[in-house]
Design a protein around this ligand. Structure first.
Ligand code: TXA
Ligand code: MG
Length: 323
């Protein structure tokens, strides 16, 4: 059994030892729970891929304590430095050229000559990085292709015994994976939208910043694969009604969507007050709950395509895509 423990000082120290001994730890961050391993140890990193059932070409984010540690592993150029000053610690992952002989496992970066770096804003993640003294490779702590975990129980349900210890620190504040921004080329490109938006990034860099098209022949970020974040129940987005047998994931008032006696377990509301941050934080756990209610489909009301709404719609359109 994977052990779910409260994230006390002693348990963080124990988790740091597990990492040093090639184990896997469920680590809370402000975005989603991560599946943490020592990024310097290829065998530990291999355990991540095995636990997730993830194709090994998909590179991992390396979590660091600060800019100084980031500079050990990546070339932090001018754009990277400006963005670190503005948004770290926080939900922004930077893709930069990888430093040679940095000691980071090649498997963690999938053999690429770039590396994904992030300083998480969560005190427990920070504590684990500092206590272990290690760079921590951590994808979201779920089976590949399923929904990202925003609670300790999600981690346990998805990965079970494959994780040695789960540091529990309640639900994640952001609830969506970090923005992934590629600053390794001459023009910065958002590979995965998240809480830090294109507008915010553009303001800091004083330029327009593009979001990469969803699906390319050979995706630069394998996280761009179109069908990715999927519950088992099919999803219908931008719904303006609820059809027979459907569950409802609402946003804002759902008064006109369903009758009074619509079963409560078939309905969730991402944010009655139309707060996009609240909606992001609720998204994955509510999809998981509705996935349990034997609906034939989940109808999802439209989410405004603005701010973090862009990231929410990105995840929803991937979840809606069936193949
Ligand atoms: O919020 C988050 O980012 C969470 C928490 C745990 O930090 N982590 C997370 O990791 O979502 P993961 O592995 O599920 O997603 C990492 C994304 C993937 O889409 C991967 O393809 C992309 O980052 N990525 C990593 N390294 C890359 C690289 N060198 N070039 C392009 N994309 C890269
Ligand atoms: Mg993931």
């Amino acid at each position: 059994m994977s052990r779910i423990v409260s994230a006390t000082h002693d348990h963080i120290a124990e988790a740091a030892d597990i990492l040093k001994n090639r184990g896997l730890v469920g680590m809370p961050t402000e975005t989603v729970y991560g599946l943490a391993a020592n990024a310097l140890d290829g065998e530990a990193v291999a355990k991540i891929f095995e636990a997730k059932g993830r194709p090994s070409f998909n590179p991992l984010i390396i979590h660091v304590a600060d800019m100084r540690q980031a500079m050990q592993y990546g070339e932090m150029g001018e754009y990277a430095q400006l963005l670190v000053n503005a948004f770290w610690p926080g939900p922004l992952t930077l893709i930069v050229p990888r430093k040679k002989n940095s000691g980071i496992s090649e498997l963690a970066t999938a053999g690429l000559d770039t590396i994904a770096l992030r300083e998480p804003a969560h005190p427990i993640a920070q504590g684990l990085i500092k206590t272990s003294g290690l760079p921590i490779a951590a994808p979201s702590a779920n089976k590949s292709g399923s929904l990202s975990p925003t609670t300790p129980a999600h981690v346990h349900d998805s990965l079970g015994d494959a994780v040695d210890m789960i540091l529990a620190a309640g639900p994640c504040a952001v609830g969506l994976e970090s923005t992934v921004l590629d600053v390794s080329g001459s023009v910065p490109v958002i590979l995965r939208p998240g809480a830090i938006t294109a507008e915010q990034i553009g303001e800091v860099l004083d330029m327009g910043v593009e979001i990469a098209a969803n699906e390319t022949e050979a995706p630069k970020s394998p996280g761009m694969l179109l069908k990715h974040y999927a519950p088992n129940t099919p999803i219908r987005i931008n719904a303006i009604d609820v059809q027979d047998g459907e569950a409802l994931l609402a946003f804002g008032s759902d008064k006109f969507m369903v009758a009074h006696d619509f079963p409560a377990e078939m309905k969730r509301n991402l944010s009655e007050g139309q707060d996009l941050y609240e909606a992001a934080a609720n998204l994955f756990s509510m999809l998981k709950e509705l996935d349990q209610c034997n609906a034939k489909r989940i109808a999802v009301m439209a989410i405004p395509q603005t701010g973090i709404g862009i990231a929410i719609n990105d995840r929803l359109s991937r979840a809606a895509k069936r193949d």
